[in-house]
Design a protein around this ligand. Structure first.
Ligand SMILES: O=c1ccn([C@@H]2O[C@H](COP(=O)(O)O)[C@@H](O)[C@H]2O)c(=O)[nH]1
Length: 238
């Protein structure tokens, strides 16, 4: 997991995934399957990506009452993915239930997937958080609070922007995973993301894994874009 570049496969059907992954067939990737693809194709898409040899972060961001999340995680555990997640806003009891569900559902002999929690979405600005969620503290404080709650619940780490990763790691410790979306190489279109960072900045902050979607999937040459982002992330001198 450490130092991974996770490609967000935000596609609407399996054929688009097959077309996208075709040029990467000799490379083992870590990919992210989110709501759009999973709701369209169901668990079979996970199976087919696994058969192609790639690792999977199943990004469904569960957020419900503890009993429902526990049952949901028990079902997801059977898919054999590498990482799953919840919203930390669901609370400590819900996160503990998520872990219990996962542990009860894993196939014998298979490692439990990492379970992480979203702090504040990278599409949320401090102003939005304060005026829409009525959280009256600075955004960094809210993110750190959710990270600490996540740690107390026994989860493996959080989704946060690279802008908060340094603070989280120095407060909670280097073994706690920080997975950062909102990654934009310099000059790239920001779109709906609010808290963005370059791959180089993410590396300098000690982020465990970056999540990159559109800068690769919508690039004219996705392989070229992937290689260039990977080199910047790994600190390879160009
Ligand atoms: O806080 C979050 C949590 C999840 N995401 C997901 O990451 C990717 C980012 O895609 P880009 O195209 O690189 O913006 C996307 O699948 C989100 O659902 C996030 O962006 N922020």
């Amino acid at each position: 997991m450490k130092n991974s570049l996770i490609i967000a496969l935000d596609f609407s059907d399996k054929q688009q995934v097959v077309n996208f992954l075709q040029p990467f067939k000799h490379e083992k990737l870590m990919v992210k399957v989110g709501m759009e693809l999973f709701y369209a194709e169901g668990p079979a898409i996970v199976q087919s990506i696994k058969e192609a040899g790639h690792d999977i972060f199943l990004d469904l961001k569960l957020h419900d009452i503890p009993n429902t999340v526990k049952g949901g995680m028990k079902s997801l555990a059977r898919l054999g993915v590498d990482m799953v997640n919840v919203h930390a806003a669901g609370g400590r009891e819900m996160m503990e239930a998520a872990l219990e569900g996962l542990e009860s559902g894993i196939i014998a002999g298979v490692k439990r997937p990492y379970c992480i929690a979203v702090t504040q979405l990278t599409s949320t600005s401090e102003n939005q958080m304060q005026t829409e969620q009525l959280i009256g503290v600075p955004l960094q404080e809210s993110v750190l609070h959710y990270a600490e709650l996540t740690k107390q619940a026994g989860l493996d780490g959080v989704v946060c922007s690279a802008q908060e990763a340094g603070l989280i790691l120095s407060s909670i410790g280097k073994d706690f995973l920080t997975v950062s979306p909102g990654i934009r190489p310099a000059g790239n279109v920001v779109g709906d993301q609010k808290r963005v960072a370059t791959p180089q900045f993410a590396r300098e902050q000690g982020v465990s894994a970056i999540v990159v979607g559109r800068p690769i999937t919508l690039a004219e040459n996705p392989i070229e874009s992937y290689v260039s982002i990977k080199q910047e992330w790994e600190g390879v001198l160009l």
